[in-house]
Write a protein that binds this ligand. Structure first.
Ligand code: PMP
Ligand code: GLN
Length: 439
C-alpha cells in the first residue's frame, strides 16, 4: 500500500517535472555569472572587484533628493505615477537629451522610464524582435543580451572585437579591440532586424570612435536595421576620448533606441532606474511591453532622479557637474589599478571609458592550481581559485561571449575599479603578497 502510494507520487512528480520543464526558448540561459559570483562573494568574503558598483557614498545631492521625497508633504509621491514615466523625470530626460542630441525630444512619446537599464533592454528587444529575426551582438557583450533575444524568438549572430597585434610593446588600450569590417558586413542580411551596440563598453571600456560608429550606422541604413545603443556608461569617459551618441549620426535618429541608467549616471546601482529614448514610432513597441509587464516604475526614486538631473542640467558646463567630475575621479583609480596589475605580472587593457578593466592573467598561470576547480573555462577556474585562496574576486569574461567564441576570453579576468582608494590599495597588497608567496 505504502509502496503503491510512493510509486504513484513518484509518477506524479515525474509527470510534473516533465510538463514543467523550462520552456525551450530559455534553454542555455540557466546559468548567470551574477548569481554565481555574488553567492561566491557572500560565501568567501573576498575583496570584491567583481560586480560593478561603487563601495562608497554616491553624490550627496542625489541621496538627499531621495530623503527629501520621503519627507515631502506631497503624499502622492508614494503612490503610482504615470506608467511610461514619472512626468517630472521624463521632462528632465527629454530636456537633457534634446540638448545632447541636438533635436527636440518629446517627453510623452519619445522617452520611457524603466526598472533599470535591464528593463529598457528587455522592452526594446522583446518589443522589436519577432520569431526568426536576426540580432547582431558584438562580443564581449553584457550578458543579458543573448537570453533576451532568444526569449523573444530571435537568432543572435555574434561578432567578436579582436585584440589587434600590438607592435609597440605598450599595454593594449581598449581602442585596440576592433571589429573586422568584412566580418561585420558579412553578418547583415534581409533577416537582420537589430544590432546591439554598447559604448562605452562593458567589460572592455572601449569608446567607439566616429569611424566605427559610421560603419555601423551605414550598415543599419543599408539593411534597414534598428540600432539599440546601450550607453549606460555615457558619462564615464577618460580624456581625450569623447562619447559619441550614434543617434546623432545622419539618418540614425529614426532607427536608434538609446538606453541609459540612473544606477550608472548617479552611482546608485541599487536604485534600478533606467530609461530608453528614441523616435515615437519605435518607442510605442517598448511602451506596449512595459505597460503589460510592470506598468509603472517606482515613484519616489523617479522623483529623486528627476531632482538630481535638474541640478546637473543647471551646471552641465561646470567642472563640479557630476557628469564631468566622475571621470576625473575614476581616472586616478583606473591608473592605480592598471599599475598594480602590471606590477604583479598581469597584462591589463587600459579602458577608455567605464569602470571595468580586463587583464590577461595567463603569465601567472603557474601560480594557480586550476585543477582544483571543475569549471569548463579557465577564467572561471582562475577567478574562483583566486576568490577562495587569495581573497580577491574578479569576473570571468567568457560569461560575455557566445559558446563558440569563449576561447577568446579564457586568459582574461575583469576587475571593477570603482572602489574606495583604501580597497584598491588592499587589492594591490593582496596581489603583491600572493606574487611573493605570502598567502
Ligand atoms: N548595460 C550594461 C552595459 C551594464 O553594464 C549594465 C549593468 N548595470 C546594464 C545595462 C544594466 O543596468 P541597470 O543596473 O540600470 O539595470
Ligand atoms: N553592470 C554590472 C556589472 O557588469 C552589474 C551586473 C549585474 O548585477 N547583473 O558588473
Amino acid at each position: 500500500m505504502v509502496r503503491n502510494i510512493l510509486k504513484l507520487s513518484q509518477k506524479m512528480s515525474q509527470e510534473i517535472i516533465n510538463k514543467f520543464q523550462l520552456p525551450a526558448r530559455y534553454a542555455g540561459s540557466e546559468k548567470s555569472v551574477w548569481v554565481e559570483y555574488i553567492q561566491l562573494a557572500a560565501d568567501y568574503k573576498p575583496l570584491n572587484l567583481g560586480q560593478g558598483f561603487p563601495d562608497y557614498p554616491p553624490p550627496k545631492h542625489v541621496t538627499d533628493a531621495l530623503a527629501d521625497v520621503a519627507k515631502s508633504p506631497n503624499c502622492l509621491l508614494h503612490q503610482y505615477t504615470r506608467g511610461y514615466g514619472h512626468p517630472r523625470l521624463v521632462s528632465a530626460i527629454a530636456r537633457l537629451y534634446s540638448h545632447l542630441i541636438g533635436r527636440e525630444i518629446n517627453p510623452q512619446t519619445e522617452v520611457l522610464t524603466t526598472l533599470g537599464a535591464y528593463e529598457a533592454l528587455f522592452s526594446t528587444i522583446v518589443g522589436h524582435v519577432d520569431v526568426g529575426d536576426e540580432v547582431i551582438i558584438i562580443e564581449p557583450f553584457f550578458d543579458c543580451y543573448e537570453p533576451m533575444v532568444k526569449c523573444a524568438g530571435g537568432l543572435p549572430r555574434f561578432i567578436p572585437l579582436r585584440l589587434r597585434e600590438n607592435v609597440t610593446g605598450d599595454l593594449p588600450s581598449s581602442a585596440d579591440w576592433v571589429l573586422d569590417k568584412n566580418e561585420l558586413e558579412g553578418l547583415f542580411n534581409d533577416k537582420t532586424k537589430i544590432i546591439i551596440l554598447n559604448t562605452p563598453h562593458n567589460p572592455l571600456g572601449k569608446v567607439f570612435k566616429m569611424a566605427e560608429l559610421e560603419l555601423i550606422a551605414n550598415l543599419c541604413k543599408k539593411w534597414n536595421v534598428l540600432c539599440i545603443s546601450d550607453e549606460v556608461y555615457e558619462w564615464i569617459v577618460y580624456k581625450p576620448n569623447k562619447h559619441v551618441r550614434i543617434a546623432t549620426l545622419p539618418g540614425m535618429w529614426e532607427r536608434t533606441i538609446t538606453i541609459g541608467s540612473a544606477g550608472k549616471t548617479f552611482s546608485v546601482t541599487g536604485w534600478k532606474l533606467g530609461w530608453a529614448y528614441g523616435p515615437a514610432h519605435l518607442m510605442v513597441n517598448l511602451q506596449m511591453v512595459h505597460q503589460n509587464c510592470v506598468y509603472t516604475g517606482n515613484t519616489p526614486v523617479q522623483e529623486a532622479v528627476a531632482v538630481s538631473f535638474e541640478k546637473e542640467i543647471a551646471r552641465l558646463d561646470k567642472d563640479e557637474c557630476y557628469f564631468n567630475s566622475i571621470s576625473s575621479e575614476l581616472a586616478a583609480k583606473r591608473d592605480f589599478t592598471s599599475k598594480f596589475l602590471c606590477d604583479v605580472g598581469m597584462k591589463p587593457t587600459i579602458p577608455e571609458g567605464g569602470y571595468f578593466m580586463v587583464a590577461d592573467w595567463s603569465p601567472l598561470e603557474s601560480k594557480v592550481d586550476l585543477a582544483t576547480e571543475g569549471d569548463k573555462y579557465k577564467d572561471y577556474r582562475f577567478t574562483k581559485w583566486m576568490t577562495k585562496h587569495v581573497g580577491l574576486q574578479g569576473i570571468p569574461p567568457t560569461a560575455f561571449y557566445s559558446e563558440p567564441h569563449k576561447n577568446l576570453a579564457e586568459n582574461f579576468v575583469r576587475y571593477c575599479f570603482f572602489k574606495k582608494d583604501e580597497n584598491l590599495q588592499k587589492a594591490a597588497e593582496i596581489l603583491r603578497n600572493w606574487k611573493c608567496g605570502k598567502n
